[in-house]
Design a protein around this ligand. Structure first.
Ligand code: G1P
Length: 279
């Protein structure tokens, strides 16, 4: 049967950042490998993608950090050591992830921003719509996961989608901020978006969080996108080109999101999952 090119079947995980805020923990491992309780952030992200019906994980990594490749692979020595012991169950979840999906990797050679990292992923994604998860935004919902909600919405709108949430106005300089016209409850057609604006320049209090669905023409746009905020190639700027043609939706997702790129958010997530798992 030919492949359905309209279905979201791949998820891209940019994971090449320096993780400066978590040094020295991130000296030899990616920040996406930091665990909330016993599970690395990236594994939460991969499980979210699986819950959205995605089986192909495409990961953009950086130099000198190989922990991700090893994590999503079989460790024969470890398997051998704990086989048949009372500890075997500790590997159940990761084994299940490994058997459900495939992983492919590429490296971002130069750190030129999130837009550039996504463009590096083109070789793994090809010419089809795809999801992006920034694993340091950890999301949780008791019903459908945030990405599963977005994949459903894509069936209806067939254009790029960004997940958004309301933020305190003074935090606008930490996020991409969008403005738009309401299409239906919780769904906006984006008319403007700005990367990390000063509060006085923010077009609204709706911030993009690290979940995207992108149509593949984004790659051509990214190739032409000039460095923006911070001298980096920004996905927000590339999305603005699509938004000007009415091809971007902002979605106020159901669920909770933790900014695990900050120590405060990380501790909050740890406490949340600890309390949730305890009951
Ligand atoms: C990136 C994006 C930004 C978005 C944020 C979500 O910023 O550039 O638009 O709001 O992720 O976490 P970063 O957190 O990488 O600085």
């Amino acid at each position: 049967m030919p492949k359905d090119r309209t279905k979201i079947s791949k998820c891209l995980f940019p994971a090449a950042g320096y993780g400066t805020r978590f040094l020295p923990a991130t000296k030899a491992i990616q920040k996406e490998m930091l665990p909330v309780l016993t599970k690395p952030l990236l594994q939460y992200g991969v499980e979210e993608a699986i819950s959205a019906g995605i089986e192909t994980m495409a990961i953009v990594t950086g130099r000198g950090k190989r922990a991700i490749e090893d994590h999503f692979d079989v460790s024969y020595e470890l398997e051998h050591q704990i086989k048949g012991t009372s500890k075997e169950h500790y590997l159940t979840e990761i084994r299940s992830v490994i058997t459900k999906c495939t992983f492919s990797y590429t490296r971002q050679i130069e750190m030129k921003g999130l837009g550039h990292a996504i463009l590096c992923g083109e070789t793994l994604i090809g010419d089809e719509p795809f999801a992006v998860i920034l694993a340091d935004d950890l999301c949780d919902n008791n019903a459908d996961s945030v990405l599963a909600q977005m994949v459903k919405l894509y069936e209806k709108y067939r254009c790029s989608i960004v997940a958004v949430e309301e933020i305190p106005p003074q935090d606008s300089n930490k996020y991409g901020v969008v403005a738009g016209r309401e299409e239906e409850d919780g769904v906006l057609r984006v008319t403007d978006m700005v990367e990390k604006p000063d509060p006085k320049d923010a077009p609204s209090n709706l911030a993009i969080i690290g979940r995207y669905i992108l149509t593949p023409d984004i790659f051509d746009i990214l190739r032409e996108t000039k460095p923006g905020k911070g001298g980096e190639i920004q996905i927000t700027d590339a999305l603005l080109a699509q938004a000007k043609e009415g091809r971007v939706i902002a979605y106020k997702f159901e669920g909770r999101r933790f900014d695990c790129g900050s120590v405060d958010g990380f501790v909050e997530a740890t406490n949340y999952f600890y309390n949730k798992n305890r009951v």
